[in-house]
Ligand binder design. Structure first.
Ligand SMILES: Cc1cc2nc3c(=O)[nH]c(=O)nc-3n(C[C@H](O)[C@H](O)[C@H](O)COP(=O)(O)OP(=O)(O)OC[C@H]3O[C@@H](n4cnc5c(N)ncnc54)[C@H](O)[C@@H]3O)c2cc1C
Length: 468
């Protein structure tokens, strides 16, 4: 069959897999020879201050697996460390590329970068195709009856589910087309050190990278999906999927996960499907309101809350030294592993904003630096939810009590003890409020830096002053 293009380029970004990949599939269908590239973008990497970054290592390991996998198919992955513009300019010349295929990214900076590259290559008569791959529904695909984007989750979800039932989720089967991968050899993979980064504790904490890591987690979660609703809020239990980092870097296919949720007829699967839809809800918010990526509150009336912003409180929060065990254990988890359980993200975010009266943007930036699964849309959505400034957010007068949250979601302090071993001898009664026990004087653990009851009154007055 004749092909539209001789030589094409697939540009991998946050879709590091060579199965069920939309851009790769279309490139293989349309072209005789498909070359593949991944760019370690200097402009992004240079901006990372900490050179021991678990995300960079996760990407590096996943790129390595992708390169090995393409090599097994007698092709290769070109890997360049440069700005995207320079790297693409170089490769389109060298390989006489006629078309570029890539999967869409919805973050404002990425949209701008892609626009620049598209314009650059168009001048050389090279076509730039981008595809929906990260989500099932994007942009304007789920709108209200009046054609507006949703800002409340439930009606968005109802409409989403209606559409989902009418649509078959496509499968992009690469196997029958692999003969169209260009057979060539590219140089060896740059090392992490070549990129200016060092190894982290990724292997030690058993984070499995790449497509094989994603598959392992999917298989493991399949066995537990039915229990998800009952266990998802308990951080001491393996109740959630831990797939967020794989969704972030595309080492699993979102379509595969939707199929899994739809085919597992259980209460747990329904509840998990709900979370996958939250993910897309926040993507469409970011697409329609890109200003939220630049520090703007979704609800304009909450743009300038006069937070106290005490730097000592912020430091104590970040270092897990607030004296509230559930908050401190959660902050130790993010600092030591780059992951934090969803219930704990809600508790720590609420504590920072509504107990310590610190701007949600400070917490958002801290999570963005630490989270291995950092995704602008979900992180911004989560922080604005907790601060009551976001779409469909927690009402401003609803304030998590860190003690009752702790009692409810970590009743025996199992999670707390894992991340604060100093508290390992505290009983179920003492662990949530260690300051009430005499034993506190025997260990190295701080007194609470604030009194929740007093802070509650203060923050209510603060938000009320904005409402009036
Ligand atoms: C303050 C705050 C910050 C957050 N920052 C991020 C972030 O940077 N990146 C990120 O992926 N998630 C973020 N979340 C959402 C959620 O906490 C994580 O997606 C989840 O903890 C990841 O664990 P999991 O993969 O085991 O999730 P599961 O419970 O197994 O859920 C499956 C998937 O659904 C999606 N999902 C689940 N909950 C949410 C949610 N509330 N909003 C959007 N998507 C969701 C994720 O992609 C997740 O992998 C944040 C939540 C809060 C409250």
């Amino acid at each position: 069959m004749s092909k539209k293009y001789n030589n094409s380029l697939v540009w991998f970004r946050r879709d590091l897999r060579d199965y069920d990949n939309t851009a790769l599939f279309h490139a293989l269908e349309e072209s005789k020879y498909v070359f593949c590239i991944f760019i370690f973008d200097k402009e992004i990497l240079d901006a990372l201050k900490n050179k021991e970054d678990r995300r960079v290592e996760f990407i590096w390991e996943s790129v390595k697996e992708l390169k090995d996998s393409l090599r097994q198919k007698k092709s290769d992955l070109i890997v360049i460390n440069d700005s995207a513009l320079n790297a693409i300019s170089k490769v389109i010349e060298e390989f006489k590329i006629e078309a570029i295929f890539t999967n869409r990214d919805y973050e404002p900076k990425a949209i701008k970068r892609d626009e620049e590259i598209k314009n650059l290559v168009l001048k050389r008569n090279i076509i730039f195709y981008d595809f929906k791959d990260q989500v099932v529904f994007e942009k304007d695909e789920i709108l209200t009856a009046l054609g507006n984007p949703y800002s409340v989750f439930s009606p968005y979800k109802n409409n989403y589910l209606k559409k989902l039932n009418q649509t078959t989720i496509p499968r992009f089967d690469i196997e029958p087309l692999i003969q169209n991968l260009a057979q060539f050899k590219s140089g060896p993979l740059l090392t992490l050190r070549d990129l200016g980064f060092q190894e982290t504790n990724l292997h030690q904490i058993k984070i499995h990278t790449g497509m094989t890591g994603g598959k392992l987690l999917v298989e493991d979660f399949k066995e537990r999906i039915a229990l998800y609703k009952k266990t998802r809020d308990l951080p001491a239990i393996k109740g959630v999927s831990y797939l967020s980092v794989h969704l972030r870097f595309g080492t699993v296919s979102i379509r595969q996960l939707f199929r899994l949720a739809l085919e597992s007829f259980s209460e747990g699967a329904q509840s998990w499907l709900n979370e996958l839809i939250w993910r897309e809800f926040y993507f469409q918010i970011l697409f329609h309101r890109p200003d939220v990526a630049f520090g703007k509150a979704f609800k304009k009336e909450y743009e300038s809350i006069p937070f106290e912003n005490n730097p000592n409180f912020f430091k104590a929060w970040a270092e897990g030294k607030t004296g509230y065990p559930i908050v401190d254990a959660a902050m130790n988890q993010i600092n030591q592993t780059g992951f934090m359980h969803n219930r704990l993200r809600m508790i720590t975010a609420s504590f920072l904003v509504k107990d310590l009266l610190i701007d949600w943007r400070w917490g958002e930036a801290y999570f963005a630096e630490k989270l291995i699964d950092f995704d602008l849309s979900a992180n911004n959505g989560g922080w604005q939810w907790a601060a009551s400034t976001g779409c469909d957010a927690q009402p401003w007068f609803r304030i998590f009590n860190p003690i009752t949250q702790s009692l409810r979601f970590d009743p025996h302090g199992k999670f707390i003890k894992k991340y604060i071993p100093e508290l390992s001898n505290f009983s179920d009664d003492q662990i949530h409020t260690p300051w009430l026990s005499q034993n506190i004087n025997k260990i190295d653990y701080p007194q609470p830096i604030v009194d929740h009851a007093k802070q509650r009154i203060k923050v209510l007055a603060l938000y009320k002053s904005i409402k009036n």
